[in-house]
Design a protein around this ligand. Structure first.
Ligand SMILES: [Fe+2]
Ligand SMILES: [Fe+2]
Length: 409
């Protein structure tokens, strides 16, 4: 197959990206296109506003909606998630052009085995503005060894694409093809600056709305750069261990916890990390969870549904290297609470129950209350959960009994 690879931040994915992929496919040079969201690029440390899993699943949501409209042969890949540190294009291509990697990837997308096995030819899809700077990229020869450049050419562009293509051919001996782009001009940076998301496909807008992304909350005001970087890292670390819904839930809890910490005078750095990691162990096998839970607090927790909380503290500590005891305790007691809870523990407990994607009951009154009163919001939440537990005929965990007592319930 002739495979086009399109790397970028996709922060957020917009109609310009979609047009580029659509027209690249229509050019006849490629049989399929693979969108590859970057984890961390070399331009600016925090040039990306969202951790990679959000951008990856947002791109997948758009891909699914395009497939529903008959625009198939577009895939989204997590190939860069395994790269430690800064990602360069030659690395991405090194991974993706590995025959075993591509066979497995295409097979997982439903491509027939014989076709998926190749041989394949690779094209690196690029916007009309990037070919002009290609010779300054890191290891351009290495990139050209793996792939032909497939550059968009838009009428009225400032860059003379044909001239830039000739320069790459002459100076680096690489193969370059161009195709005509009819898409609208838009840029993620401009969308974020203006707050006008009309150039973002509906599926992505829906995703952004569900998780309340690109808001004041996700700007992480009051959080240090070091904690932000750790948040981005832990998102990718958890990716293999959690399904989409739970991973996005646990990251949403990180964002909300940081916001509540700023509001109520707790440490936002710790809140961000504790919230983000709180469910990290939830999809590990139950025996591992039990063993980890026992290692943290003996047999305090035995119920299968509760094990992931203390297990999460151990997994965050031993798997991700989080050593802060306050963070680990906030993870450990996020489900049940406990007596004498710290502010951080209350925040993570509450954020877990009311992050934006949660909709298991009417959370509007609690979300309103937490704008001003953390304890009262905790009380309302604990009361609702107590009523639900009792109506199911279940016994309330002793740690939760202590929390309820402290809240006067
Ligand atoms: Fe949980
Ligand atoms: Fe949770």
């Amino acid at each position: 197959m002739r495979i086009g690879i399109y790397g970028g931040s996709f922060d957020p994915i917009h109609n310009g990206h979609v047009a580029l992929v659509r027209d690249a496919l229509a050019s006849g040079f490629i049989d399929c296109a693979i969108i590859v969201p970057t984890v961390k690029n070399n331009f600016k440390q925090f040039s990306m506003t969202l951790p990679a899993p959000y951008r990856y699943y947002m791109a997948k949501a758009v891909r699914d909606s395009l497939a529903d409209k008959g625009l198939s042969d577009i895939y989204v890949s997590d190939a860069e998630f395994g790269i430690k540190g800064i990602t360069y294009t030659y690395m991405t291509l090194g991974i993706m052009t590995d025959p075993d990697f591509m066979t497995e990837f295409l097979t997982a997308q439903g491509v027939k085995k014989k076709k998926a096995e190749g041989p394949h030819e690779y094209y690196w899809i690029m916007g009309s503005d990037t070919l002009g700077t290609f010779e300054t990229w890191f290891k351009p020869e290495e990139i050209l060894r793996h792939a032909t450049l497939l550059a968009a050419e838009r009428p009225g562009d400032d860059v003379d694409v044909e001239k830039a293509a000739d320069s790459v051919r002459e100076n680096l001996g690489g193969k370059v093809e161009t195709f005509r782009l009819n898409g609208v001009e838009c840029a993620s940076s401009e969308i974020l600056r203006s707050g006008d998301f009309s150039a973002v496909p509906e599926a992505a807008r829906e995703f952004i709305k569900t998780h309340e992304l690109y808001t004041e909350r996700t700007k992480l005001k009051g959080v240090s750069d070091a904690a932000k970087e750790r948040f981005f890292e832990c998102a990718v670390w958890m990716y293999p261990y959690l399904g989409e819904k739970r991973l996005l839930h646990t990251l949403n809890v990180g964002y909300l916890s940081a916001e509540l910490a700023v509001r109520f005078g707790a440490d936002p750095d710790k809140a961000l990390i504790a919230g983000a990691l709180h469910d990290c162990a939830k999809e590990l096998d139950i025996d591992s969870q039990r063993e980890m839970a026992y290692g943290y607090c003996g047999d305090l927790f035995t119920d299968k549904k509760l094990l992931h909380s203390p297990a999460g503290a151990v997994f965050a500590r031993d798997g991700f290297g989080e050593k802060d005891k306050e963070i680990l305790n906030a993870i450990c007691y996020h489900t049940t609470g406990r007596g004498n809870m710290s502010k951080l523990e209350k925040i993570v407990y509450l954020a877990d129950k009311i992050e934006p994607a949660r909709n298991y009951m009417d959370l509007a009154p609690i979300r309103e209350m937490v704008k001003t009163d953390l304890d009262e919001a905790c009380r309302m939440t604990a009361l609702a959960i107590k009523a639900k537990t009792e109506s199911n005929g279940k016994v309330i965990h002793p740690s939760n009994v202590d929390m309820l007592r402290d809240l006067g319930l």
